[in-house]
Design a protein around this ligand. Structure first.
Ligand code: ZN
Length: 158
């Protein structure tokens, strides 16, 4: 495993449409392993491949004890609305209120190529929507209201 560099806002890869993954091979498994390592190292709860410079449709998450890697995720259905504060490893120090669907159903593949379907609510649903947006070049600030910049010292004090 290896840490990868998290790309930050202003890097054009974050604004590109990521490509579907067709080969479920060793290279994909290595990418997923590296994404988990990079996410944990950065104290994130989710990471999308474009954030580590790979324009492909893969995301990883670890939310409330649910650890997931999803390939080519697609939202099949959604219900309700919820507003909550979000941040992003690619936009350090910035937070904002984002309205998301409260519950969603997502279809995709596991890294080994098997199909999977996930029903998610609350923070897991929010995180999935945030990461899937990354695959379409969308950042949370595009949807956020009340954006706030927090310096490291302020964040530590809060
Ligand atoms: Zn993000």
């Amino acid at each position: 495993m290896a840490l990868r560099t998290v790309r930050e806002h202003g890097d054009e890869i974050l604004r590109k449409q990521a490509r579907p993954i067709k080969r479920f091979d060793q290279a994909l498994q290595r990418l997923i392993d590296d994404m988990f390592e990079t996410m944990y190292y950065s104290h994130g709860i989710g990471l999308a491949a474009p954030q580590v410079g790979v324009p492909k449709r893969a995301i990883v998450l670890d939310v409330d004890g649910v650890k997931l890697a999803l390939i080519n995720p697609e939202i099949l259905g959604s219900e309700g609305e919820e507003s909550s504060t979000e941040g992003c490893l690619s936009v350090p120090g910035v937070y904002g209120e984002v309205k998301r669907n409260a519950s969603i159903v997502v279809r995709g593949h596991n890294p080994d190529g098997t199909a999977t379907e996930i029903q998610a609510t609350a923070l897991l649903a929010r995180c999935l929507q945030h990461e899937i947006d990354h695959l379409d070049g969308i950042l949370f600030m595009d949807k956020a209201t009340q954006l706030e910049s927090v310096t490291a010292s302020e964040a530590d004090g809060a």
